[in-house]
Design a protein around this ligand. Structure first.
Ligand code: EPZ
Length: 480
């Protein structure tokens, strides 16, 4: 039975500062504990006794990778916005802090998960205040377009983000310059101004970057004239952000060839929007069900945004039932089968889905391959799995699919997983958000006890995951 502190309440005013180091910023912004502390998780180490199937029902709320951008979009409105199904995660608290230092009034609405965002009092913020709230988030770069429209200036500190690659922002800066922004690198960040306002432009992205697509959308909707974006990302979270912007008064078309056109408008109003569910969290719990021989109903999950995941889940040997209010994911018995996965942009297999699923692949009878084509260094998490008894080799070559942009460079971006192997307990330190959740799954499916440290990072993207583990029957203690 677990002993735990209730991580459900949300502490106020305790601004978390991320622990993720982004090599680019070479700056550790604080301890992971602060991540968890900001959402009420008072421990940073968990001892898990594995081997128990996870069974039960949990609910997923709004997607971390939509909600944080929707909060920024509220800056563009002349009136308040209402965002619904906002999860209690530290990335939301980081963006809330950043909005508040810029004079946006953020208050809870009537229903749980409602946030009211009132941008009427927007003002410039001092660098130190921005830096104090930026944490390990990459979201500050998306404040630039809206702030340049409202205030004519913006400042962003050096950015953080999980250690899954260099996490550059070159696409973002190129986009902002094309709109007419003046970008000045300063010792501790980047200052921007728009002396002649922002004008519609033509952009072609070298890679369908989610963040850079959001940068174009958040800047173009109020720019003068028409913007054409070629090579856009079209992830469900992007489409939901477009839904929000259209509700605000924007005019946006999405063509079949990944070309997005935006007609700038004079004025945008606040929106009322229920956020798209978090398909990454849903896939993570589905992977946990498979790896622990369990049966988890994920309330709020929807089939259409998880189509590719569901195909792979079935090919590995998992079973699922689509219901009106969620999806049941379970291990139907029998042996798990190896698969070849190539991560890609939407509608391909999402890069954030591969880490949690790798644990089930260590139990599959045969050899699986994961070719990670979105991030260059996203297999750091496998070291701990090998220590627990997994047989996983990492390679620089593009294995199992088409050559990708990392193929001819020195990046270990393909993994070969040979099973079945039994995992045994170990001491693990969580490296990043999705890798961290895969470590929880590994500990839950291993023989014996494991201690997982630095779990505060997991609070960045998984709401009340300790409470959910308890609901699903996991056996663990929180420490520290
Ligand atoms: C978003 O990151 C998500 N994060 C990621 O989820 C997700 O994995 C990723 O999109 C891909 O779907 C948020 O939305 C907060 P990208 P983002 O720009 O926008 C390169 C999670 O765990 N690139 O599509 O940063 C970049 O290095 C996180 O929830 C540049 O080279 O992703 C990467 O190789 C992890 N220059 C590729 O593009 C740039 O200026 C994809 O990045 C920007 C990106």
């Amino acid at each position: 039975m677990s002993t735990l502190t209730n991580d459900a309440q949300q502490t106020s005013g305790d601004q978390n500062r991320g622990s993720d180091q982004n090599p680019g910023s070479a700056q550790n912004r604080g301890s992971a504990q602060n991540h968890g502390a900001a959402v009420g998780l008072t421990a940073d180490k968990i001892t898990i006794r594995g081997g128990i199937p996870l069974v039960g029902r949990i609910e997923v709320k709004g997607a971390k990778n939509l909600v944080t951008k929707a909060m920024v979009a509220a800056l563009l409105g002349e009136t308040p916005s209402l965002l619904q199904d906002v999860p209690n995660i530290s990335d939301v608290r980081i963006v809330r802090g950043l909005l508040e230092v810029h004079g946006v009034k953020v208050t809870e609405g009537d229903e749980p998960g409602d946030l009211i965002l009132d941008p009427v009092g927007v003002e410039s913020a001092h660098f130190a205040a921005i830096d104090a709230h930026a944490g390990s988030s990459r979201i500050p770069i998306l404040f630039c377009g809206p702030l340049l429209h409202r205030l004519g200036e913006a400042f962003i500190p050096d950015l953080g983000g999980c250690r899954i690659g260099d996490r550059p922002i070159d696409f973002h800066l190129d986009v902002l310059r094309k709109f007419g922004a003046v970008v000045e690198k300063q010792p501790n960040g980047i200052r921007m101004s728009a002396p002649n306002g922002l004008k519609g432009t033509k952009v072609e992205l070298p890679y369908p970057s989610v963040g850079a697509t959001e940068q174009v959308l958040l800047t173009a909707v109020r720019a003068e004239g028409i913007t054409e974006l070629k090579g856009a990302a079209i992830e469900p979270e992007i489409m939901d952000l477009i839904n929000i912007l259209q509700k605000m008064g924007a005019i946006i078309t999405v063509d079949t060839d990944r070309v997005i056109r935006i007609e700038g408008v004079e004025r945008l109003e606040g929106y009322r929007h229920r956020a798209l569910f978090d398909r990454n969290e849903a896939a993570s719990w589905a992977a946990a069900a498979l790896a622990t021989d369990g049966d988890i109903f994920v309330g709020g999950a929807r089939q259409s945004e998880m189509l590719t995941f569901l195909n792979v889940f079935r090919k590995v040997g998992g079973a699922f039932e689509i219901h009106d209010d969620g999806i049941r994911f379970y291990h139907p018995g029998g042996v798990l089968k190896p698969v070849i996965i190539e991560t890609d942009v939407h509608p391909g297999f999402m890069t954030d889905w591969q880490q949690p699923l790798v644990i089930a692949l260590t139990k599959a009878h045969g050899t699986s391959i994961v070719h990670e084509t979105v991030y260059e260094q996203r297999f750091g998490f496998v070291d701990a799995l090998v220590e627990m008894g997994a047989t996983i080799q990492i390679h620089r070559e593009c294995l199992g699919g088409h050559p990708c942009r990392f193929g001819q460079r020195n990046f270990n971006h393909s993994a070969v997983i040979t099973g079945p192997t039994k995992l045994h307990g170990a001491d693990i330190v969580v490296p990043d958000l999705r890798g961290g959740f895969s470590h929880l799954i590994a500990a839950l499916s291993a023989d014996g006890a494991s201690t997982v440290s630095n779990v505060g990072i997991i609070s960045r993207g998984y709401e009340n995951f300790i409470t959910k583990l308890r609901l699903l029957g996991a056996d663990f203690d929180l420490e520290g």
